[in-house]
Design a protein around this ligand. Structure first.
Ligand code: PA5
Ligand code: NI
Length: 197
């Protein structure tokens, strides 16, 4: 009989700290700056001008690492800072999962924003995020968090299959179908003029 290769991991618990926007004893702290978002914002001129002034931190992620095996759940906290590039709000890169059919769970603990989502079949959806919103991103749906507040972080807790992996390349080359801009002081969802079918 073939033996299943098992990776031993003990149960663990940790605290979410909404005031300091962190989790206890994170294994990673990923910092994404403006320079890592080249080509992602519609207003290229504003992007370049901003970058010349300062390579600002746009978002951060704390993770609890687990073995990247089928059946595992990778969890952490995502923090998108407030701000805009031109009229487009600060946002995460966004990605499909490499194993396309894997879903993701989100729980918003602070701030206001959108989860922009789209699938390869032509569907798109933008769900509003506010404190205590629980969001289910089904398998096949790329996802990007967008902070629409001027002065507050957007903080979410996430969990997804540990073996899912990230496909950033598709979004980096093609973008999302829809973008969120500030229009007369309010967020508005618009077509991405640069979106490639
Ligand atoms: O797994 C997720 O979808 C989140 O943890 C994101 O990785 C996080 O919000 C950062 O976004 P991205 O991975 O698109 O840079
Ligand atoms: Ni994901």
């Amino acid at each position: 009989m073939k033996m299943n290769k098992r990776i031993k991991i003990n149960p663990f618990a940790y605290k979410v700290d909404p005031i300091n926007e962190t989790i206890s004893n994170p294994d990673t702290h990923i910092i994404r700056k403006l320079s890592s978002m080249k080509g992602q914002y519609a207003d290229t001129k504003s992007y370049e001008e901003m970058l010349l002034k300062e390579d600002r931190i746009l978002y951060e992620v704390y993770e609890k690492l687990v073995p990247e095996i089928e059946g595992g759940l990778l969890q952490g906290m995502s923090i998108v800072h407030p701000g805009k590039v031109g009229r487009e709000y600060f946002m995460t890169k966004g990605h499909f999962h490499l194993i396309l059919d894997t879903a993701e769970f989100y729980y918003c603990i602070k701030g206001n924003g959108y989860m922009m989502m789209e699938n390869p079949e032509g569907g798109w959806a933008a769900e509003e995020l506010s404190p205590d919103t629980v969001l289910y991103v089904p398998g096949r749906w790329a996802h990007r968090s967008i902070n629409i507040k001027a002065d507050e972080d957007l903080v979410t807790i996430f969990a997804y299959p540990a073996n899912a992996g990230h496909d950033y390349a598709t979004i980096e080359t093609r973008g999302f179908r829809k973008l969120v801009f500030e229009e007369n002081g309010k967020p508005e969802i618009m077509d991405n003029p640069k979106w490639i079918e």
